[in-house]
Design a protein around this ligand. Structure first.
Ligand code: HEC
Length: 129
């Protein structure tokens, strides 16, 4: 066995530990979604009336001008809901009378949870090639 000087051995050990921690953080970071989908389901279907317009499965809205939400990217849903809250902010706002009033009462945590739930649902939109 090769005997390394004690200081070099300590140094290598530290470098390895840091590399493993960074790699673990990077790998888990992508998969780690914010928001609790189970709580989001309660919010979107019971506490708030989201399903009454967007459809029970969030893929069959009551009118073609109402968007399908099932399976949409979580980040997009979150950004959209935050934008409705900001209203007529020139850069970040979405000014919509219907969704503005729906989004206003939501807390940041509720937006995360609802977005996680909606993103977890099977989408009805398909890509035809
Ligand atoms: C009264 C009917 C109605 C209700 C209730 C409602 N929505 Fe909407 N929602 C709409 C309409 C209409 C739009 C499209 C608005 C626009 O043109 O920006 C929309 C848009 C959205 C969008 C943007 C989708 C996209 O593709 O950009 C999200 C996200 C959304 N609603 C989530 C919710 C959530 C979450 C709730 C419950 C808290 C909810 N909605 C309740 C009618 C409704």
């Amino acid at each position: 066995m090769i005997r390394l000087p004690r200081r070099l051995a300590l140094h290598l050990g530290l470098v390895t530990t840091i590399c493993v921690s960074v790699a673990t953080a990077l790998l888990s970071g992508g998969a780690q979604a914010r928001g609790n989908a189970d709580n989001g389901k309660e919010l979107a279907t019971k506490k708030y009336a989201c399903a009454s317009c967007h459809g029970a499965n969030f893929a069959t809205p009551i009118d073609p001008s109402y968007p399908k939400l099932a399976g949409q990217h979580q980040d997009y849903l979150r950004a959209a809901l935050l934008a409705y809250q900001k209203g007529d902010h020139p850069t970040f706002g979405r000014n919509n009378a219907v969704m503005g009033s729906q989004a206003k009462p939501l807390s940041a945590q509720e937006i995360d949870d609802i977005s996680a739930y909606l993103a977890s649902l099977p989408p009805s939109l398909v890509l035809k090639r």
